[in-house]
Design a protein around this ligand. Structure first.
Ligand code: COA
Length: 314
């Protein structure tokens, strides 16, 4: 945002189901191997279980606590999810109730790009006068994944990550952003209502690298920065080879890239906040650092944001 009123992230939190499914567990019941999964995706284990409402509520509560806020302080809840617990109402309504929030609540579904779509939306609404927004990415992809399909069962999993976005005087953190979609590609990754995820893995892979690079570069260009300025790249956690290929083309090495997919698998809307929170918890981001978030997903959709990390007094 430019002008007098900006937005900054002041707290974050995560939630993962207790149940760990390792590659060895999958090897025992599918025609696959630990070596294949690790080499082709970078995933070693993932978490499975719970509901989107439950995971989102736990992550949201942790983010509120980290920002030292009460439920009544929040002006809007945005829940990015592609696995709502019900078709109607929005899962955000259940999360609002569980957290005791008294504000508006809505779901955003932009598949794996959903968290960054939600973040840009939150920053825009703060520019319009909202004071504090709770943004959560939460998924239970295991429920829409055919656990007998080795092509998808090894990749998709469950989890949630949340951030509190607060208004500040001045320009705020969001320096540049890019949101995109090409709906003509929706057949390469989809789930019909009540059905399982269907994926053309190779095609998704090929396009994912391209849209991540293009979107990240568009956001950096709008922010007036280059890859050398980025302290931390937080990509969608789908596949380590996609992340490596995109990072190489963007010009950001792996030591400046946040990775959690080895432990989480692909958690769609939750993957970027999970990776961001992990990096923050490990002290990998300092005040004034530039952070590049970049996601892609079904639709296809893509979304990137360049943030200048704020000084925090919390
Ligand atoms: N274990 C062992 N073999 C497997 C397997 C598994 N879990 N899944 C697929 N295979 C097989 C395939 O059947 C194929 O066999 P074939 O050659 O006899 O037909 C072979 O491995 C190669 O398949 P291919 O799809 O070419 O492999 P790949 O190197 O592209 O890796 C993915 C497959 C799914 C890991 C990869 O394409 C990918 O990650 N794509 C992007 C998916 C993604 O990110 N989706 C989420 C978007 S948000």
């Amino acid at each position: 945002m430019t002008g007098g009123r900006g937005a900054v992230i002041t707290g974050w939190g995560t939630a993962l189901p207790d149940k760990v499914v390792t590659n060895a567990d999958l090897e025992a019941r599918l025609d696959t191997t630990d070596a294949w999964i690790t080499e082709r995706s970078g995933i070693r284990e993932r978490r499975v279980g719970g509901t989107t409402t439950g995971l989102a509520t736990d992550a949201g509560a942790a983010a509120l606590a980290a920002a030292a806020l009460e439920p009544a302080d929040i002006d809007l809840l945005i829940l990015a999810t592609t696995t709502p617990d019900q078709t109607v109402p929005a899962t955000a309504s259940a999360v609002q109730d569980a957290l005791g929030l008294t504000c508006g609540a809505m779901d955003v579904n932009a598949a794996c790009s959903g968290f960054v779509y939600g973040l840009v939306t939150a920053c825009g609404l703060i520019g319009l006068g909202a004071g504090r927004i709770l943004l959560i990415g939460a998924e239970t992809l295991s429920r829409i994944t055919d656990q007998d399909d080795r092509g998808t069962a090894v990749l998709f999993a469950d989890g949630a990550g949340a951030v509190v976005v607060e208004a500040v005087d001045g320009p705020g953190s969001l320096l540049g952003w890019d949101l995109g979609s090409d709906g003509s590609l929706r057949s390469i990754l989809y789930a019909d209502v009540g059905g399982y995820l269907e994926m053309e893995g190779r095609e998704v892979f090929r396009r994912a690298v391209r849209v991540t690079v293009d979107s990240a570069q568009a956001a950096m260009q709008r922010a007036g920065v280059t890859a050398d300025d980025i302290a931390l790249f937080v990509p969608h956690q789908a596949n380590l080879r996609i992340i490596d290929a995109a990072g190489q083309r963007i010009g950001i090495p792996s030591d400046r890239t946040a990775i959690v997919l080895d432990r989480t698998g692909n958690t769609s809307s939750a993957s970027i906040p999970l990776a961001l929170a992990d990096a923050l918890d490990h002290g990998r981001v300092r005040a004034d650092d530039l952070v590049l978030l970049s996601g892609f997903g079904a639709g296809m959709t893509w979304a990137s944001a360049v943030l200048r990390w704020p000084e925090t007094d919390k």
